[in-house]
Design a protein around this ligand. Structure first.
Ligand SMILES: [Zn+2]
Length: 328
């Protein structure tokens, strides 16, 4: 797969991408010293929100409330699951009651997590067309930033599912394999087709390698889109799921992950109504495979606020000189 093919597709789509309030060419500003609580994230009406979710459940953990608000405000939400979350031996053992899971067990676990994701989005009130599964390798995204980047070598093969490509039914770009270049192309295609005004993606400081890698792939995809549409701008927001003991601080003055600065914007809080918290909690319960092994972790995110941050202008070009994120 060559990048030009995606450029052509995006051009053919003749997308007109609108900017939602952040100037991508602006230099990062020094974070102002604040004494009060972090500012509140505002959601413009008719927002088109694209959520990059490394695994099924990240979208609801980080933004179950924000997705509800966008939907209720007349906007559109599209969740892109980079992996099926099938590379989780402890979860597969627990769910399948097998000591040494076979590739078929991992694949079955991935299918179950996809079903749970659909149910969770339905619980949030989102229609069933508002998601895409890319089915890239869980636990393998960091190696795709360099080692398994292009056709110069064989594609990455998941040590869990033993697959080296998504199922044909899940391919956005034909002939996609587990290569970084292919993942970038698929994300770029989705951006071109969906035309988001706001994108949510994990921060690169997230301590799960797949989450960190998601940031770099989104950045690389945006670089591709802007080669074709130089004026394209979008409000990129970061979320964080895995960072030391986060989010086990009680609700209160401390709303953001301790020890992590809020990036270019500073932290932005997003208070949820009691009804939104109840709905978010109900959506998280749809992830029964995860509730079985880490209900305490999921419950920690069903709190009265979500937090986000805006990064400095996104300038990422892959492949990198080393495997980014693998040592997170
Ligand atoms: Zn995750």
């Amino acid at each position: 797969m060559r990048r030009q093919s995606v450029f052509a597709l995006i051009t053919a789509a003749a997308v007109t991408l609108l900017w939602a309030g952040v100037d991508a060419s602006a230099r990062p500003r020094r974070q102002p010293r604040r004494t009060g609580p972090p500012p509140v994230l505002q959601v413009p009406p008719e927002t088109r929100l694209l959520v990059i979710s490394p695994h099924p459940d990240d979208e609801t953990l980080a933004a179950g409330g924000l997705m509800q608000r966008v939907h209720e405000g007349g906007g559109h939400v599209n969740v892109v699951y980079l992996t099926d979350g099938d590379g989780y031996p402890e979860g597969v053992r627990s769910e399948g009651h097998v000591e040494s899971p076979a590739p078929s067990d991992y694949r079955g676990y991935g299918r179950q997590r996809r079903r749970e994701a659909r149910d969770a989005l339905a619980a949030l009130g989102l229609d069933r067309a508002s998601h895409t599964f890319l089915s890239f390798p869980d636990g393998g995204l960091c190696k795709l930033t360099r080692t398994y980047w292009s056709e110069r070598r064989t594609a990455f093969r998941s040590p869990y599912t033993r697959l080296d490509r998504p199922p044909k039914s899940e391919m956005i770009v034909p002939d996609t394999e587990y290569r970084g270049e292919d993942l970038t192309q698929e994300i770029a295609r989705i951006i071109g087709d969906f035309r988001p005004t706001m994108i949510l993606v994990p921060r690169k400081e997230d301590q799960h390698p797949d989450h960190c890698a998601a940031w770099f792939f989104l950045g690389d995809a945006l670089t591709d889109v802007r080669r074709v549409h130089p004026d394209y701008t979008v409000d990129v927001l970061n979320y964080i799921v895995h960072f030391y003991a986060w989010p086990f601080e009680e609700d209160g003055p401390r709303l953001e992950p301790p020890g992590l600065r809020g990036g270019a914007s500073g932290w932005l809080r997003f208070p949820l109504t009691p009804a939104e918290v109840r709905t978010k909690r109900a959506a998280l319960k749809k992830y029964s495979t995860q509730m079985h092994v880490m209900d305490w972790f999921l419950a920690g995110f069903a709190r009265t606020n979500e937090v986000f941050s805006r990064p400095a202008p996104v300038r990422v070009v892959l492949p990198s000189r080393r495997n980014l994120c693998c040592d997170q």
